[in-house]
Design a protein around this ligand. Structure first.
Ligand code: ADP
Length: 251
């Protein structure tokens, strides 16, 4: 569902990703771990087309995200292609960024109404189902400011899923939450992972969560995958010294 082929990204002279190759299979839950500044968020931002690759290609499903054919050649994709591809990808950020002047339900139905052209009835039916999935049926008509951070983040998750994306990107979604609210959000994500066939790429510092839900964990350092393995292997018996050091520091 996701394929990076020789992806390079730099900011000025600073090389953030170098010749990066990896794939994520349909329905797979892959977690990226690694030191701060190693390029994890940049990977998610490239997938969201918030940044452009300097080298290489990214594929989502059977389509190239970054390039389009022009005659015999592939050329960097324009804004229209990227906008179309972006509909296949949902992202939840550390900051929830809900629309403060809309109700919880309106936050969830806004994008499907505008971007997918769903009728109000269809969008609301979808929204109601999703609010049930994230355990917020009783908050349907509340405003974001009336919710806890954890509840707001669960609305943000429902909002991302409302577009029925093929891929869900999760960027440190619990980092801004008070500790007692983290578990509720992780529980919802765990349920989504186990009950839907969505493909999830997740960046997190919650190692226990990564261990519980991931099919595969990729250890990242300096813009490259150092090693990748199922969590039971990576967290207990990593092959790489760098992974061992990192886990020792965070666990
Ligand atoms: P991680 O998510 O692993 O902490 P990031 O992908 O956020 O790492 O960042 C990787 C490196 O790229 C960092 O050194 C960061 O400072 C740099 N970086 C990220 N975005 C930008 C930007 N827009 N401009 C300049 N440097 C950036």
């Amino acid at each position: 569902m996701i394929r990076f082929e020789g992806v390079g990204k730099r900011f000025g002279d600073h090389v953030v990703l170098r010749e990066l190759d990896f794939t994520v299979a349909p329905g797979e839950f892959v977690t990226l771990i690694g030191p701060s500044g190693s390029g994890k968020t940049t990977i998610l931002r490239l997938l969201m087309t918030l940044e452009r690759v300097d080298e290489g290609r990214i594929y989502v499903g059977d389509e190239c995200l970054t390039h389009v054919p022009k005659g015999e050649r592939l050329v960097p994709a324009g804004e229209k292609h990227q906008r179309r591809m972006r509909k296949r990808i949902g992202m939840v950020f550390q900051q929830f960024n809900l629309f403060p002047n809309m109700t919880v339900l309106q936050n969830v139905t806004e994008a499907p109404l505008r971007a997918l052209g769903l009728s109000k009835g269809e969008a609301e039916a979808r929204g109601v189902d999703l609010l049930e999935l994230v355990g917020l049926t009783d908050k349907t008509n509340a405003r974001p400011s009336q919710l806890s951070g954890g509840q707001q983040q669960r609305v943000a998750i429902a909002r991302a899923l409302a577009m029925r994306p093929d891929v869900l990107l999760l960027d440190e979604v619990t980092s801004a939450l008070d500790p007692e609210l983290v578990a509720g959000v992780l529980k919802v994500l765990k349920q989504i992972a186990s009950t839907t066939d969505i493909t999830i790429l997740c960046v997190t510092h919650e190692m226990q969560f990564a261990r519980d839900v991931s099919d595969r964990v990729m250890m990242f350092d300096q813009g490259q995958v150092i090693e990748q393995a199922p969590p039971e292997k990576l967290f207990t018996d990593p092959d790489h010294e760098r992974t061992r050091e990192f886990l020792h520091a965070v666990l």
